[in-house]
Design a protein around this ligand. Sequence first.
Ligand code: ZN
Length: 252
Amino acid sequence: MMRMKRILTVISITAVLFLYSGLASASEGAGISPDEALSKLVDGNKRFVEGKQVQKDIGNTRRTELTKGQQPFAVILSCSDSRVPPEHIFDQGLGDIFVVRVAGNVADPIELGSVEYAAEHLGSPLILVLGHQMCGAVKATVAGGKPEGNIGSIVKKIEPAVKKARAQNKDKDKVLDAAILENTKNTVAALTQKSAIIKHLVEEKKVKIAAGVYNMSTGKVELVEASSSDKAEGSHESSHEHAHAEHSHAGH
Ligand SMILES: [Zn+2]
């Protein structure tokens, strides 16, 4: 009888420990490194490109679980374009990514504040700035003229990228794509130049900033070099200049 009791006690302690470990892993923030977070996005994008999306739990259980809090593993600052929804492009579900969307993926104080909140308070280890092919906001800036209403403030943010793209490309057909890339890089630079919080997190290596450009026809996100601060010059060993959105760790 005593023996039976002891066995039962062992079983119940084991069950409690098992349950506790499950709860603990769900509450320790994203709990992954910036590189692991980037790999998750790269893998998700690969599934999207190949049409092999995994079945996401967006049911009642997951929704209820998330009422306790969120630990998104990445922040994505992308364009509002209806053809570029990050959750689909990276094949992620509820509570996985913290998305800031604004036409032209620019970064003003409101966008910066949103990114700061996720990085500082939710502990997201990765910030990805996502530009995309055929971006209407960049296109409008390249076209010039006087934009209507408040659109002017977006155009104004994109103008430096267009200026640089024009200076570097004699071929007019190449200006739009070059400007899209420059604009994405400018937003990356703004994250650390205009936010002391993000700069600090990057310097402490708690957060990494990556950048990508979404290819509308293939569905692929091409990672581009993202030098996140002036101090990052000369330390590009781990950059992903034009690396395809596939595992390319072997090359490093
Ligand atoms: Zn766009």
